[in-house]
Design a binder for this molecule. Structure first.
Ligand SMILES: C[S@@+](CC[C@H](N)C(=O)[O-])C[C@H]1O[C@@H](n2cnc3c(N)ncnc32)[C@H](O)[C@@H]1O
Length: 480
């Protein structure tokens, strides 16, 4: 039988099968399958939720093991540093962080082209990302909110600083000019930021062929999961005779409970199996997209690290600037004062506001954040139309309709020159910029509005009291 080219999806999946990556339930198969998927999962395209992703090849049950990726198939710092030239060069640059070293390793491996062992995997990585570090000045300003603009500035300057620090090492490794560029650096760090999975032995994580094709769904149904486990415990103790006799009952139940809880997490590296294991977090019907929770993120964090956001993100929150005296006169940490996705203030914010603001100063301190939702919706609608514009005339008409923000966009992309006359055709670069501008407008449109705070403060709404400590997200919890 002819071998599929590594450039094709089939070639990639065949290469993955050779490495022992499998979605089959059976550990031992008489023959290695031709491709690694087809039993539980298939690669499909989901235009509204992440593009390329993994769909259910059959009905899947919650908690079922659906994919195994052996340790030897994981791209880690260790595996890449097996290259002697790379490791001895890296040894001379111990001041670089583990993530910087991994970024250099990835670029070095890319430089090997077809000679890289990982070529079939590298070939199928996205060519570009839309994370905050790739935002232009205009796209950054389109976020409008100080906190978001500042986060973007920080992401951009971090990328630049880290790139400069690593340049000497990359020069020593004689990377080709295109791999030495800041653009290549941002591509490699975005690959690491958006695709690495947590492993216990390296803080940078690992790149996981096939396992990194799962798109994201926010965590949120955990309490239900716990409920399910409790139901399972309850029903087991009633039905399973082996559990109802003698002193071992409790420990057996606890073991079962732990195992079931473990499975309800999406996946993780399993030392006993020596593989990264992925489990279905829900029941899925054949054809449905199978999703993974990478961790708890606000929309701004998703944009920063993954380059996308969710229409409905139960973990979204927004930080608003408060009077400095408000921070100093109460003991709440700054990060506990925010607005939830549903528009409700956190407990800390509500308390601080109740204590330290009068109605007048409330309006002064947060009024400027009340953006026109209607205006932004219209802008978003027009950006969509611009993206779908069939011809230059239509495009010109649409652009002319837009107001000051669009003028700034035209200026930032040097499009205003075309205003009188010449063909108006959007370059690939401009199209990407429009995509990011849209993300920025979507972000500010979907963030919780501060109007609810005024309402809550004014009327002392019940039900706003929530435990802020529980909802502060932590980067260290990140899975993907
Ligand atoms: C680990 S990869 C998932 C596979 C990816 N779609 C691919 O084709 O390689 C993570 C990236 O997928 C995209 N993504 C994942 N979940 C998404 C979602 N719910 N909505 C939009 N994009 C998503 C983002 O670009 C993100 O950086």
């Amino acid at each position: 039988m002819e071998e599929a080219e590594p450039e094709t999806l089939e070639g990639f999946l065949a290469w993955a099968a050779e490495l022992g990556i499998s979605d089959s339930l059976h550990n031992f198969q008489s023959q290695k399958p031709r491709i690694c998927l087809g039993n539980s999962l298939v690669v499909s395209f989901f235009p509204d939720a992440g593009g390329r992703g993994l769909g259910a090849a059959r009905d899947l049950r919650k908690g079922e093991l659906i994919l195994r990726v052996p340790k030897s198939a994981l791209l880690t710092r260790d595996s890449l540093l097996k290259d002697g030239i790379l490791s001895s060069a890296a040894n001379g640059h111990r001041c670089l962080s583990p993530t910087q070293i991994m970024t250099v390793c990835l670029l070095y491996e890319m430089g090997k082209g077809k000679n890289s062992f990982w070529y079939p995997y590298l070939k199928h990585l996205p060519r570009s990302y839309e994370i905050l570090a790739t935002f232009s000045e205009f796209e950054k300003q389109a976020l409008q909110v100080d906190d978001a603009v500042w986060t973007t500035e920080k992401a951009i300057s971090k990328a630049e600083t880290e790139w400069k620090q690593a340049t000497l090492l990359m020069q020593e490794l004689k990377l080709k000019p295109r791999l030495l560029s800041l653009r290549a650096w941002i591509w490699a760090s975005a690959t690491i930021s958006s695709r690495t999975l947590h492993i216990p032995w390296d803080e940078v994580g690992c790149l996981c062929p096939v396992g990194d094709l799962f798109n994201y769904a926010a965590p949120g149904g955990e309490s239900k999961d716990i409920e399910n486990v409790e139901n399972l415990m309850h029903s087991s103790s009633l039905q399973d005779d082996s559990l109802s006799s003698g002193h071992s009952t409790d420990s057996l139940l606890v073991e079962r409970y732990d195992a079931q809880l473990q499975r309800l997490t999406d996946g993780g590296y399993d030392d006993d199996i020596g593989a990264y294991c992925f489990y279905a977090r829900n029941n899925y019907k054949k054809g449905e997209q199978v999703l993974l929770s990478y961790g708890t993120y606000t929309n701004l964090e998703l944009l920063e690290h993954y380059g996308f956001l969710l229409n409905k993100n139960p973990n979204d929150k927004v930080f608003i600037p408060l009077e400095p005296s408000m921070y100093s006169c109460n003991s709440w940490p700054k990060e506990s004062m925010y607005i939830h996705q549903d528009g409700q203030p956190s407990f800390a914010l509500l308390s601080a506001l109740r204590l330290w603001t009068t109605p007048q100063s409330q309006r002064r301190s947060i009024g400027h954040l009340a953006y026109s939702v209607e205006g932004d919706s219209l802008l978003l609608f027009t950006i969509d139309e611009i993206q779908n514009a069939g011809n230059p005339m239509e495009l010109r008409k649409l652009l002319c309709q837009l107001e000051s923000e669009a003028c700034a966009f035209l200026e930032a992309n040097s499009l205003q020159k075309e205003e009188n006359g010449g063909e108006l055709v959007l370059s690939r670069k401009t199209k990407r910029s429009i995509e990011r501008w849209k993300l920025a407008v979507e972000w500010r449109l979907r963030k919780p509005t501060p109007k609810t705070i005024l309402f809550s403060v004014g009327y002392g709404r019940r039900g706003s009291f929530q435990n802020p400590a529980l909802s502060i997200s932590s980067r260290s919890e990140r899975c993907l």
